[in-house]
Ligand binder design. Structure first.
Ligand code: ADP
Ligand code: MG
Length: 252
């Protein structure tokens, strides 16, 4: 069953068409890759699905309901979580606080209090701390819970971004280039971890990725964009041999 469906989704910036009449779907429990050359509209597509940008036209359905044009916090509450292409951690806050931040709708006040060193632990804070630690166990970073995020390597920071994305128990997790800047061993860890999120937690995954090894090893299906248009949709092996896809990557 389709969890996410985009129908004729278009987004223009001035006269430029960044996403052009895209139809796509992601089934419940699938890991779907979204690939394409630089500037082909992948991040824009992610922004449309997660409500960071409204589509110029078209319709987006999630979990049986129309989410077209809803603000991102509402879409997040309906069960879509995401990571960003660029890391967005608060370096001076603890790793656990970074992860549990999405649990606190009034997190700005909490953030200010902790920066000023005036935070008082409530029962709610302790529960979210425990949840953050449970995820840190999964990500093998438990020892960093109370350390500032600035103590982490880039690879570890990416893992913390993932943890922050799943603490709200999303149905769909959208990842924008999670392997960017990771060493090969960390890419292996990332692949194993994303697979576990699907297999053990039932989270459906939409993955924008440049590192082809990640796509080949992880994805059940791959969708290819070129100049904002969908040019292929199928199993990774089939798509990688599609002449249109080869042309898009080589022809530029
Ligand atoms: P990708 O993630 O596949 O590299 P993007 O979705 O970031 O591609 O960009 C697709 C096209 O849309 C590019 O030509 C980019 O310059 C343009 N674009 C993306 N976001 C904006 C924006 N906010 N304003 C204007 N142009 C944008
Ligand atoms: Mg991008």
């Amino acid at each position: 069953m389709a969890l996410l469906t985009c129908e004729g989704v278009t987004r223009t910036f001035g006269g430029m068409v960044a996403v052009n009449e895209v139809d796509l779907h992601v089934n419940e429990g699938e890991i779907v890759g979204l690939i394409g050359p630089n500037g082909s509209g992948k991040s824009t597509m992610v922004n449309l699905i997660t409500g960071v940008l409204p589509p110029t036209s078209g319709r987006i359905m999630f979990d049986g309901r129309d989410i077209t044009g809803l603000p991102s916090w509402k879409i997040n509450r309906r069960g879509i979580s995401r990571t960003f292409q660029l890391l967005r951690l608060f370096k001076s806050l603890s790793v656990a606080d970074n992860i549990s931040m999405p649990l606190h709708p009034r997190h700005r006040a909490g953030l200010l209090a902790s920066i000023l060193g005036r935070s008082e632990a409530t029962a709610e804070d302790e529960a979210s701390y425990a949840q953050a630690c449970e995820l840190l166990d999964l990500f093998e970073l438990r020892a960093f819970a109370d350390r500032p995020a600035s103590d982490l390597s880039i690879g570890q920071q990416r893992m913390v971004e993932l943890a922050r994305g799943i603490i709200v128990n999303p149905k769909l997790f959208v990842l924008d280039e999670p392997a960017a800047g990771l060493s090969p061993p960390n890419v292996d860890k990332l692949i194993a971890l994303i697979r576990r999120l699907r297999d053990e937690r039932g989270i459906t995954i939409l993955l924008v990725e440049h590192v082809m090894r990640v796509v080949q090893e992880l994805c059940d299906r791959v969708i290819v964009l070129d100049y904002g248009t969908k040019i292929a949709d199928g199993p990774p092996r089939e798509v990688s041999e599609d002449p249109k896809v080869v042309e898009a990557y080589i022809g530029g």
